[in-house]
Write a protein that binds this ligand. Sequence first.
Ligand code: TYD
Length: 213
Amino acid sequence: MFITLEGTEGSGKSTVLERLKNWLMEEGHGVVLTREPGGSRLGRTLRSILLDIASKDLTGEAELFLYLADRAQHVQQVIRPALDEGMLVLCDRYADSTVVYQGYGRGLDPKLLHQFNEVAVRGLWPDLTLLLDIDPEIGLKRAMSRNLAEGICNTEGRFEAEAMPFHHRIRDGYLAWAAVNRSRFAIIDASKSPDEVFEQVTAAVQAKLTQAS
Ligand code: TYD
């Protein structure tokens, strides 16, 4: 089974992923936790370029092809082999991030981006995509306080430094894209307490596991 997590900045993805991984392992699943960008060796180099604030002058198209290169390598080198071994793969962001960030966020055509994704993923679409949905004003406050606590100021922060209208386009884009792909998306209300968020997550995952068995 292949499960992806999507969401805006500060939606609590990392916390949910770690908890979900532990829960699934307790339930007896072999789990591979990975992420985009940066899930492969090549991807780690691409990630440092993509998330560096000094890459601000990347053109929209150059940025897009770096994300796609990261994904193509990740699918073939990491995700597909793990699924073939019977592992459950949990991925922090995947193809939907490209449609939403480069499409709804940066203004490239979402339909065209979906086609580029088709090339990069070679038919590998998630069984379930958990969308952690939260008002960007609240999410950004969370992300900023996390960055301060971790001493991050000018690296890994390029997207968090974007203006608020961008973050609103991302949230609205996710909701629009989830509506188009209703059968594999589960929308989680990420404004709730961590335990309530996790309850929604486990309910969606359990339903998918039951359906698959
Ligand atoms: P990351 O530090 O992993 O943050 P987050 O906790 O928000 O996942 O940053 C990944 C950033 O890359 C995030 O802002 C979204 C962006 N992104 C894209 O723009 N397109 C993509 O295809 C992917 C995978 C990520």
